[in-house]
Design a protein. Sequence first.
Length: 175
Amino acid sequence: MTAADARAVIGETARLMMRHESGVPARARHLLAVHGYACLIADGEALTLDGPDATLRLIIELAALTHDIGIRPALATYGSSAGPLQEALGAPLARKLLDKLNLTPEITERVSELVGSHHSYGGERGLDHQILIEADFLVNFFESSYTKERIEHTLGTIFRTAAGKALARELYLCE
């Protein structure tokens, strides 16, 4: 897949997710913000759409856009958007959405795995998983009004990429 083709798929995914989040602009904004931070972290880790890690970069961007796809059905079914519910309901929905985009089965499966584990921390699950988690936290720090102490703790226990740590420090710890 060329970088231009990848950008088209990313754009279409964003449009599909905006439609999925119709009527809930705060969640749409969250997805776009997580995507933006995921791109910044991926750039910092030297992952590009036109380099040797193009597939990894595409997976990261698609996962960032679709990671919360399970919130709407979790709220409708259980009245809760708890992480485990998002993961369980989100993975099959992400797969269904991505199947519309003619991606390889490997890309669709990996993005679905990431959607189904983006609230699961610890263990080595790959750089794509790590970047998704860090990008989501960068947005959640603001949206959930994390204290400086809680941000520092999260940086020490969850963040692993140099780019993600640098962004968090610059944005929230003023270092």
